[in-house]
Ligand binder design. Structure first.
Ligand code: MV4
Length: 474
């Protein structure tokens, strides 16, 4: 199949443009003037005679209006029908759909709350702590945890006005708060002929501020029976919503292995490679076949999971500076490879990472027979990886993958924030004890200004001694 890329001014020299058979400019760097302009994208489609548009996993990928606009001009949108996107795009409507599909969901309301009084009644009925969520929200935006009744009225007003401002709809609803949940999701693929299969789960609990950092398949806590129950429930929901193409059903799983429907993502997701590795399927290829109207080439009993896959999302960001984005010129790039390593990389040496978009550089994926071996393979690959010129989060993965709790799969959605707040472990892990001892002795001596050690420096230059002390602080 011939491919056509679209690009913004910031992406003129990007890798996807280089790989495509043809490429067309959309507009200036800001997404609102380029990648979010559905009208311009459809203009390009008509100019080059494209049969179909793959929306990727950001920008317009979950935009029902864009899917409809494609349909209207006879271009296939590689994704679900706009109607299914609309039902599942509203959290409250999705919760109603979950009920008709007999899918377990978090207890709470299934439609928007009219006022504070109704919120009080619902919260009292389900019991505190509770969570207020925006019906049009996602990724944690417009979400509020509420521990006791006194906090509810203020939170209700704040959450609904935040939702109104962010999403153009102030509709909010209530859920019971699930404590220390895991985030586990089921990958689905449905065709236009009423067939739908589930392709196992992904464990996505290692997150920071609602951004996934590591994903793996399978989850260490999902056995065959739980997988079947979650998978069959996800398929029921998809079929009842008239869903077609790739989709993902998100669940919260509590410590007792109860699972609760959270929401459905109506697109292919960033982390789909881990599912491809454990199922041996090419999900984008399946998306194309389904979009061409073909029946799924596999039945549920053909889906076999093998081995373990783990993905690290490599970002241009500085873990030592609050994960601040670190765009700029990549001066050097040494990419890992070898047995069991897959890298889906978007950059090259000489490329300048623009500050206009999410600074994800690459997805590094390790595959091995067991979780233990996949983690070790990933550690080996991370050690080979060199990205020069910009700050990246590569070192953070070393910390996670060598952490005792992670290796024992003792993770939940709060795991990474807890690890990051415990900074002392970092120094002990990377600096040998002898060096710490020598540094401490020198530092103590410098404070006292003892004979010969650093006393002379302090008299000569305050800058020198300050620099020296900073250095000793590691
Ligand atoms: C929850 C929850 C606990 N209880 N709902 C955050 C993003 C949004 N999609 C749903 N989220 C949550 N909903 C109830 N009733 C905890 C979270 C949550 C979370 C969920 C998935 C992945 C990471 C998370 C991090 C913090 C909170």
């Amino acid at each position: 199949m011939a491919t056509v890329a679209v690009y913004s001014d910031a992406d003129r020299g990007a890798l996807h443009v280089l790989h495509a058979d043809e490429a067309y400019r959309l507009g200036p760097a800001p997404a609102a003037a380029s990648y979010l302009r559905g009208d311009l994208i459809l203009e390009v489609a008509s100019r080059c005679g494209a049969d179909a548009i793959h929306p990727g996993y950001g920008f317009l990928s979950e935009n029902a209006d864009f899917a409809e606009a494609c349909q209207a001009v006879g271009v296939t949108f590689i994704g679900p029908p706009a109607t299914a996107m609309r039902v599942l795009g509203s959290k409250t409507r999705a919760r109603q759909a979950a009920d008709s599909a007999e899918m377990p969901r978090v207890p709470g309301s299934v439609r928007g709350l009219a006022d504070v009084a109704e919120a009080q009644r619902v919260a009292a009925a389900i019991g505190y702590p509770v969570m207020l969520k925006a019906a049009a929200g996602g990724g944690g935006k417009g979400m509020r945890a509420i521990a006791k009744p006194e906090e509810l009225a203020g939170a209700f007003i704040a959450a609904s006005s935040e939702a109104e401002r962010s999403f153009g709809s102030g509709e909010v609803y209530l859920e019971k708060l699930i404590e220390r949940p895991r985030h586990i999701e089921i990958q689905l693929m449905a065709d236009e002929h009423g067939h739908c299969v589930y392709l196992g789960e992904r464990e996505c609990s290692v997150q920071r501020r609602h951004q996934k950092v590591i994903e793996e398949a399978p989850s260490a806590v999902v056995g065959e029976a739980l997988r079947r129950r979650m998978g069959e429930a996800a398929v029921r929901l998809a079929l009842s919503a008239g869903y077609v193409n790739a989709g993902t059903v998100e669940f919260l799983v509590d410590a007792d292995e109860n699972f609760y429907f959270l929401e459905m993502n109506t697109r292919l997701q960033v982390e789909h490679p881990v599912t491809e590795l454990v199922t041996g399927l090419d999900l984008v290829h399946l998306q194309l076949r389904v979009a061409m109207g073909e029946p799924l080439p596999i039945r549920q009993e053909d889906v076999r999971l093998r081995g373990h896959a783990i993905e690290c999302r490599i970002y241009a960001e500085d873990p030592d500076n609050n994960f601040f984005p670190s765009p700029g010129l990549i001066t050097r790039l040494v990419q890992p490879g070898g047995p069991g390593i897959r890298e889906d990389c978007a950059v090259f040496a000489g490329w300048t990472v623009p500050l206009d978009y999410d600074p994800m550089l690459s997805k590094l994926v390790a595959f091995a027979p067991t979780r233990e071996m996949a983690i070790d393979r990933m550690l080996r690959a991370l050690e080979e990886y060199v990205i020069g010129g910009i700050k990246t989060n590569i070192a953070l993965f070393r910390r996670i993958l060598t952490d005792t709790d992670f290796r024992a799969a003792r993770i939940d959605t709060g795991y990474l924030e807890r690890l990051l707040s415990f900074r002392a472990s970092e120094v002990g892990e990377t600096v040998p004890e002898e060096i710490v001892a020598v540094a401490a002795a020198l530092f103590a001596a410098s404070l006292k200004g003892e004979a010969g050690v650093v006393g002379s420096a302090s008299e000569e230059s305050r800058w020198a001694v300050t620099g020296f002390r900073e250095g000793l602080r590691l």
